[in-house]
Unconditional design. Structure first.
Length: 312
């Protein structure tokens, strides 16, 4: 595997060369999503459209203010924020409609949403467990809603790629009779279900849209503000110590972003599982019963369609 300096050089050569690549970062106001947005702006020399989706407008505006602008024409640098609380699918529908109303194409969709909570089962008003809503259902819904933009990019001969960042290949066998964990919820079950759901998500989407690229990545240990944003006061207080202890075994969001982009730029057409260095985890794809991906797909459609008629 190439070192970080070599990866940066390779990324510069692999980054989009067509006009105005459009990248959407769901969860881009911090952590890995922020790192990937910043890296994309640099790799495209500011000649791109970057849409940051999240709840924290102030954080997004701060990020956007520091993104590089095109030296040739500042108008080539289009940086936007779209507000969305992804715990509710109707918000995902509304945000997606806003994005598509302003942008005909989407070349890259990066999904890195997540939050830490030690609470038990918490159902949203739409009947979805809150943590799974963020780490799986909202991701699936964003892909579903933004497919027209991805297809337009594909039809134009440009990149049309989706990256979900969570825990590729690190899930465990799931209970197909308890999808959504309404019967047997626990933090452990949720922690293992979400990565497996994301594995199956990219598999199912690639099966239905074989000309697009769907990737689920495990980024490794990354120094983010994940603990600092936890709902537990004790965990928030301990966040600086946690980051200090993890520092020798972790990478910065900026370094992680370089490896993630290397994988995204390199993979074409199909479902892929990716490791922390952009490496393939092909041996972990298509594990478990053959019909798992289809059954999860049917469950997810039923669970997320409730929002369609109530979108703002």
């Amino acid at each position: 595997m190439a070192n970080l300096s070599e990866i940066r050089t390779l990324n510069a050569s692999l980054s989009p060369k067509y006009n105005n690549p459009v990248a959407v970062f769901v969860g881009g106001t911090s952590g890995i999503g922020q790192g990937m947005a910043e890296a994309f702006a640099r790799l495209t020399n500011g000649k791109s459209t970057i849409i940051i989706v999240g709840r924290n407008k102030a954080a997004a505006e701060s990020i956007i203010s520091n993104l590089p602008r095109s030296s040739d024409n500042p108008n080539d640098s289009v940086y936007e924020f779209v507000s969305c609380d992804v715990t509710l699918m109707r918000n995902v529908v509304a945000a997606s409609k806003e994005i598509l109303s302003n942008h005909r194409k989407i070349n890259f969709l990066v999904l890195s949403t997540g939050f830490f909570s030690a609470a038990g089962y918490e159902a949203t008003e739409e009947g979805i467990e809150r943590k799974l809503a963020v780490s799986y259902y909202a991701r699936w819904k964003f892909i579903h809603e933004l497919l027209p933009g991805l297809n337009n990019s594909k039809n134009a001969g440009e990149d049309a790629k989706v990256l979900a960042v969570l825990g590729a290949g690190r899930g465990r066998e799931i209970d197909m009779d308890d999808l959504g964990l309404k019967k047997n919820y626990s933090l452990k079950n949720s922690a293992f279900a979400a990565p497996r759901y994301n594995d199956l998500m990219v598999e199912a989407y690639a099966k239905r849209y074989p000309d697009l690229t769907f990737i689920h990545a495990y980024p490794g240990t990354v120094r983010t503000n994940f603990a600092a944003s936890a709902e537990s006061t004790a965990i928030r207080i301990a966040a600086p110590l946690i980051n200090l202890l993890l520092r020798p075994f972790s990478v910065s969001p900026a370094e992680c972003a370089e490896y993630m982009w290397h994988g995204v730029f390199s993979y074409t057409k199909g479902p892929f599982l990716m490791g922390p260095k952009g490496d393939s985890l092909a041996d972990k794809l298509h594990t478990g019963p053959e019909d798992q991906a289809d059954k999860l797909w049917e469950h997810t459609v039923a669970s997320t369609t409730i929002a369609d008629d109530t979108a703002a």
